[in-house]
Design a protein around this ligand. Structure first.
Ligand code: IPE
Ligand code: IPE
Ligand code: MG
Length: 239
């Protein structure tokens, strides 16, 4: 007798989903528009995915918004992205807070405009006690920077550089590692995202450009994840 495929709710869901939101520029180019338009459409996609993760009861969603290497983009694009962060955060914070989202920013923010840094601090402070989705925004983030800053802290404290100690000083120390990494835009690389934390994540690459990524695409990724057997170096249970 044939059986209906299990719904997502019946399957294993990732606790932590991390996303490299790539393809905004190409999305705009396909439409003969400026890259800025692609970034704006990318913000809408991010909003959709936050909502979808919230309704699937994902615990943590980490979005890669701006890498340390992205500072090397043309100054105009960098400025535009900063302005977009400021506007988006200003516009979204009330609704995120109402939906009990706890927002967190990870990365080296020392080169960010002070106005943006203050907005980020306020948003973190205001939503700190919320018990819903933890939304981690990686901005000015680099996986190598994260490991190096953890090592620097341990050295200053006179502690061992053991894996457990390094883990405890990463900017994500209090969060589970990503179970599922999604990268849109067709590239199959990590681009200096969460290098340490992705050690045993399931990697899902989609050719869809980020502005086109929607709830249905997320469900496709979640279904794919549900079918993975995670072994963490051990032998399968059936063996
Ligand atoms: C990702 O889209 C957004 C950021 C890196 C800020 P891109 O801007 O990298 O888009 P493509 O890769 O050029 O299409
Ligand atoms: C990765 O995308 C960074 C973000 C999505 C923020 P990039 O477009 O910067 O990555 P590369 O340059 O193609 O590796
Ligand atoms: Mg890109």
């Amino acid at each position: 007798m044939s059986r209906e495929p299990p719904t997502l709710e019946e399957q294993r869901l990732p606790r932590h989903v991390a996303v490299v939101m790539d393809g905004n520029g190409r999305w705009a180019r396909q439409r003969h528009k400026a890259r800025a338009l692609g970034h704006r459409a990318g913000v809408s996609a991010a909003r959709r995915i936050v909502r979808a993760c919230h309704s699937h009861k994902v615990e943590v969603l980490t979005l890669f918004a701006f890498s340390q290497e992205n500072w090397q983009r043309p100054p105009l694009e960098v400025r535009l992205l900063m302005e977009l962060f400021v506007r988006t955060l200003g516009r979204e914070i009330d609704s995120l807070h109402q939906n009990r989202v706890r927002i967190r920013f990870i990365g080296d923010h020392s080169d960010f405009p002070e106005s943006l840094r203050e907005l980020m601090r306020n948003a973190e402070f205001r939503t700190a006690a919320n018990d819903g989705l933890v939304l981690v925004v990686a901005a000015g983030y680099g996986g190598q920077w994260d490991i190096a800053q953890a090592a620097r802290k341990l050295c200053a404290e006179g502690l061992d550089l053991s894996p457990a100690n390094i883990e405890s000083r990463l900017v994500t120390a209090d969060l589970p590692h990503p179970d599922l990494l999604i990268r849109t835009g067709g590239e199959k690389r990590i681009s200096n995202f969460l290098l340490w934390q992705l050690a045993y994540s399931e990697l899902y690459f989609s050719d869809v450009l980020w502005p086109d990524f929607d709830a249905a695409e997320l469900e496709r990724a979640l279904h794919w994840y549900a079918g993975r057997e995670r072994r963490f170096g051990r032998v399968p249970e059936s063996a």
